[in-house]
Design a protein around this ligand. Sequence first.
Ligand code: DX5
Ligand code: ZN
Length: 219
Amino acid sequence: PRAPMIAPSLLSADFSRLADEVARVADADWLHVDVMDAHFVPNLTLGLPVVEAIQAVSPIPLDCHLMIEAPERWAPGYAELGARNVTVHAEACTGDPRAVARDLRAAGALAGLAVKPGTALEDYTEVLREFDTLLVMTVEPGFGGQAFMAEVLPKVRRARELVDTGHLQLFVEVDGGINTDTIEQAAEAGADVFVAGSAVYGADDPARAIAALRTQASA
Ligand code: DX5
Ligand code: ZN
């Protein structure tokens, strides 16, 4: 795997002071933004206008995680506003996810595909050839602060194997329940991008929390 990348999730930030909360994690690699539509997941967060405002003040690249239905309709807009990586859920795509990947890349972003804990990788190994990021959910999507699902680790291992054998060229990203204890297991399994919401924003000093995660991921 490449050097670990830490992506704090803004979901656990104070939404009444977003610009300050973005500035507090300037040491991280990507800023993870969870877009939820109250249909694909039972929670509602923010959409294009707010993400555009976040992009304008963020010193680090945005990693947009779209937990929405009809991702093919909305995903390109996030690429067009300047997000570095835009991830759609495999379970939400009605057509071939490769069409979304092509649109995202054409708009200048990295293309990500996310899988829920119960979704097998094997159905997507060919599709993933046209993606840049695979987001393996280590909780059921929808809420921050849930417990890490270690049973998903074999899927992370399998993804790493596909990358290392040259079958795929991907960032392997994990999201959900990542903290200084669980990040070691995820790193050992082969993840190289680590999303952390409550572990970063729940800490007194987010910069120190990011540094601690980085250290543990490299251990
Ligand atoms: C959950 C989101 C996550 C969430 C992670 O559906 O995709 O990005 O913010 O939060 P923690 O790190 O607290 O599990
Ligand atoms: Zn997320």
